[in-house]
Every structure is written in structure tokens, then in C-alpha cells.
Write a protein of this length. Structure first.
Length: 336
């Protein structure tokens, strides 16, 4: 069912648990379709937005012709083909879905395209591959550009670099400009203090004062690799400097009987806040699945910023308010 409550429409592939979805919705896009192959992530989308048309399955099963003329084709195509943690097979990796994204562009002829990936795709090794994508879009009538952003540049309390492609039909692309980055991001302590002290832990204030920097990139892992912890050895060491035990995910926040000098683990809710999810967003599935959904998400505030720039170039006059998506606003509301 097409969402007709918004003037702009989006066909989103590889939607995951909705990080990009939330940001684009706040930027004024209504979902014509959201595509996600993971069972729990698709259930998360339906849990939060039962009115959306969610296709639980492979993007290869979707015909762009059914959505011809949609305003935006967006997606976070799988990162393993380009991740420095993997073998970096690129186009030789069966998980590379850029060809499917280009097929959908050809079939749906959207006004704009937004695709995001890991920073590994920005490396010199993949220069020919990036050029091939730009050439294919050019033949389809699109001008396009790549840009590498750190999520912290948009108020997210973690580094999380993302390599982003925006393409638009030529007459629209002339009106597009990348969003301006924000000032100093909130620290992990600023962000998580409301949750850390919610169980009555007397050490929460002191902990927050020590967690006075942004986090390393949250690592979600996959079903084959990685569990519910905060990443490899180097990431865990960085988290420990922030006063966080990264060896696992806690089931509950520290309680009133927790020692003041305790080194806490984060709960899934805390990780979701570090990613920039709004507090009302719920996740389906068991603990490890939920952690992976959160850790693999595109931070909503970044999607909101990019989506707002695209919406402006498409002629939208009233994108959604930043209240409820901006991390600083959200955490101030949580404290009050």
C-alpha cells in the first residue's frame, strides 16, 4: 500500500531495521515500498509502521516497473563486498547489489537515487567500480556524486563513516547541494546519561563525565560473524576508554545496588540511541538479532540530512521538523 500522507515517495531496498527509513520519513518521504530480506528486520519495519508495504524477500524479486515515477530510490546495499573487515571482492561478491539497484533505476526511473555504503568503497582499489556506476547512471540520464561523511558530523555520537551516492535527473541535480555538517556532536556520556541513571545507579553522573567523547563505530556483524558485543579488540579498547565494557550487551541498565565504580555494558536501547534512533522505535527478534539490526543501521539523523537536501532539490517546500530526529533535541526531551 502506498503511503499517500507525504508529497514525496520512496522505494527503499535493503531497508534493514529502518535507520534510513526513519530519516527519510522525517525528511518528508512516504514509503511506496520497503524491501528487506532479513525476517526480524522486516518484522521491525512492520512493527513500527504497519501501514507501510513491506516486502520480506530478495530485492531481485521486485520489479521497478511497478513503481515507475517514484521520487526516490534509496537503500543501504550490503557492505561486505567493500568492507575492510572482509575479503573486499567488490563486484565479484554475490552480495553486491549495486547491479540490482541500477536495474531498479532503469525500470522505475526515479527522480533521485540515494545509496549508502561503508568507507571501503571510497578506497583507490574500487575506483574503476565507482566510475562504472557513475557511467551507468549517466547513460540513464542522471548526474551523480559520491561523498564520504562521518555520522558525527550530523549530531550522532559516534564516528561511523558512510560513503554516500546521490544521483538525480540532470535538471534536478543542478539544484542539489550536500547538507552542511553540524557543530560538535554530543558525547556518549551526554547521550546515554538518561538511560544510565534510569535504574537508580548512583555512579551514572560520574560515568557520564568520563564518557566525554564520541564512540567508535558500532559494529553489527552478521549471522556468520560477530555476536552481541561492541566489535573487534581495537573497538572494545576504545569503548573501555569511555568507561564501557564492550565484551557484551547488557539486558538491563545498572541498578541502585550497582557499585559506583562499575564499568557498565550497554543495553540494546543504549546502542540504538548511539545510532540515533528515536526512543519510540521498537525492534523485533531476540537479543543478538536486535543488536545486529541496530549495529548495521544507517543512522537516522544522517539519512534525514541527506534526504532533506534531496527533497529540497526535488522542490519540496516543507520537510519535517528536526524535533524528534535531532539527537540533542531528543536527549534533552528525555531528560526533562
Amino acid at each position: 500500500m502506498k503511503d499517500t500522507s507525504s508529497p514525496l515517495t520512496v522505494l527503499e531496498i535493503c531497508a534493514g531495521a529502518g535507520g534510513q527509513s526513519v530519516g527519510l520519513e522525517k525528511a518528508g518521504f512516504g514509503h511506496s515500498l520497503a524491501v528487506e530480506i532479513d525476517t526480524d528486520a522486516a518484522a521491525t519495519l512492520r512493527l513500527n509502521r504497519p501501514e507501510w508495504d513491506v516486502h520480506h524477500g530478495d530485492v531481485r524479486e521486485v520489479s521497478g516497473r511497478s513503481y515507475r515515477g517514484v521520487d526516490l530510490l534509496a537503500g543501504g546495499v550490503p557492505c561486505p563486498p567493500f568492507s575492510i573487515a572482509g575479503k573486499q571482492l567488490g563486484a565479484d561478491d554475490e552480495r553486491d547489489l549495486f547491479p540490482e539497484a541500477l536495474r531498479l533505476v532503469r525500470e522505475a526511473s526515479p527522480s533521485a537515487v540515494l545509496l549508502e555504503n561503508v568507507k571501503g568503497l571510497a578506497s583507490a582499489r574500487f575506483t574503476p567500480y565507482r566510475h562504472s556506476i557513475l557511467e551507468a547512471l549517466d547513460k540513464l540520464g542522471y548526474d551523480s556524486d559520491w561523498r564520504l561523511f562521518n555520522s558525527s558530523e550530523f549530531g550522532v555520537p559516534q564516528l561511523r563513516p558512510r560513503f554516500i551516492l546521490v544521483a538525480m535527473k540532470r535538471r534536478k541535480f543542478r539544484k542539489f547541494s550536500w547538507p552542511s555538517t553540524q557543530g560538535t556532536p554530543p558525547t556518549v556520556g551526554n547521550v546515554l546519561l538518561p538511560l544510565m541513571r534510569s535504574g537508580g545507579w548512583e555512579g551514572a553522573e560520574a560515568w557520564a563525565a568520563g564518557a566525554n567523547y564520541i564512540a567508535p563505530t558500532v559494529v553489527g556483524g552478521s549471522k556468520k560473524h560477530g555476536g552481541a558485543d561492541l566489535g573487534p579488540t581495537r573497538a572494545k579498547a576504545a569503548w573501555l576508554q569511555l568507561g564501557v565494557d564492550g565484551k557484551g550487551i547488557a539486558n538491563e541498565v545498572p541498578g541502585a545496588d550497582t557499585p559506583i565504580d562499575h564499568i557498565p555494558r550497554l543495553t540494546n536501547e543504549m546502542v540504538a540511541w548511539v545510532q540515533g534512533f528515536p526512543p519510540e522505535w521498537q525492534f523485533a527478534g531476540r537479543k543478538t538479532s536486535v543488536y545486529r539490526q541496530i549495529g548495521n543501521a544507517f543512522p537516522p539523523p544522517v539519512a534525514f540530512a541527506i534526504g532533506s537536501s534531496i527533497a529540497h532539490a526535488l522542490g519540496a517546500t516543507n520537510t519535517a521538523s528536526r524535533i524528534g530526529i535531532d539527537p540533542i533535541d531528543r536527549y534533552l526531551e528525555a531528560v526533562s
